[in-house]
Ligand binder design. Structure first.
Ligand code: SF4
Ligand code: SF4
Ligand code: SF4
Length: 254
């Protein structure tokens, strides 16, 4: 089985956000939905300041917390990528809590995150974001080749960026998006050592094994109760947030 991965070379990224737009258009995403956020920020200290770009998008973790916690199989692994079957999603929101990078959100009653352009890639085509990147900062292919090429790129830029490093080569079992950072991960808002949340580990080690003895009916009822309770909680949260926003708008208009 192949193991695919993306690479993102931040020395080559020009922050044009063509990847974001191509993703939205190619995947016909709603106006308020996007799978890639590109943010501009400054690095360094006066007078040596440099512009840089941080990307917020799915890392396609090998040990994907979102997949492990999803009770319906809406999220799954396919050749190293974390893919989505929206029709199976119950909108319970467990994945949004479990992801160490806070990537998935809920939109239109189902999970919203990069789907790895599954329809394209499974037919042998490149993902929309990779096809569109004008500076070849984004690439996609066999993971082993992606890692080797990024290591070579790091060696090339080391004199200009002594702190340059690969992020995702080994983290969380090896990520399916490997970034060539020009500085330390914290500078890009990334955790130095990303971890699967402790609550998920407890779920896997204690609660899941204990449930093996339950009948299938009991398991189904328990699972359904969890999902319904979770959806009610999320709706309540959204209502409260909306009310707070309206209150704030009302105050601002006074
Ligand atoms: S792989 Fe496809 S779905 Fe994922 S960010 Fe790129 S264009 Fe969007
Ligand atoms: S980055 Fe988050 S959403 Fe993406 S595969 Fe990892 S755990 Fe899942
Ligand atoms: S399209 Fe390429 S250069 Fe433009 S923001 Fe995306 S990764 Fe960077």
């Amino acid at each position: 089985m192949a193991r695919y991965a993306f690479s993102l070379d931040l020395d080559r990224c020009i922050g044009c956000a063509a990847c974001t737009i191509a993703c939205k258009t190619g995947n016909d995403l709603a106006d308020n939905v996007r799978y890639i956020a590109v943010n501009k920020f400054m690095r360094g200290h006066i007078p040596n300041l440099f512009g840089s770009f941080a990307h917020h998008r799915c890392f396609h973790c090998e040990d994907a917390a979102c997949v492990q916690v999803c009770p319906t199989g809406a999220l799954s692994k396919w050749n190293g990528l974390t893919v989505v079957d929206a029709a199976k999603c119950s909108a319970c929101g467990y994945c949004t809590d479990a992801c160490p990078f806070k990537i998935p959100t809920l939109a239109a009653e189902h999970v919203s995150k990069c789907i790895a352009c599954f329809d394209q890639v499974s037919e042998g085509a490149m993902p929309w974001c990779v096809q569109t990147c004008p500076s070849q900062a984004l690439r996609f292919g066999e993971r082993a080749r992606i890692v080797t090429d990024l290591q070579a790129r790091r060696a090339t830029i080391k004199a200009r960026f002594p702190a340059a490093r690969l992020y995702g080569e080994t983290e969380l079992g090896g990520l399916g998006l490997i970034m060539l950072l020009l500085d330390q991960p914290q500078v890009y808002g990334l955790p130095e050592n990303p971890q699967v949340p402790l609550t998920l580990t407890v779920w896997q080690r204690a609660i899941q094994p204990a449930s093996v003895g339950l009948s299938l009916t009991a398991l189904a009822v328990t699972g359904a109760s969890f999902i319904i309770a979770r959806r009610q909680h999320l709706r309540e949260h959204a209502r409260n947030h909306q009310t707070e926003s309206l209150d704030q708008i009302g105050k601002d208009q006074k």
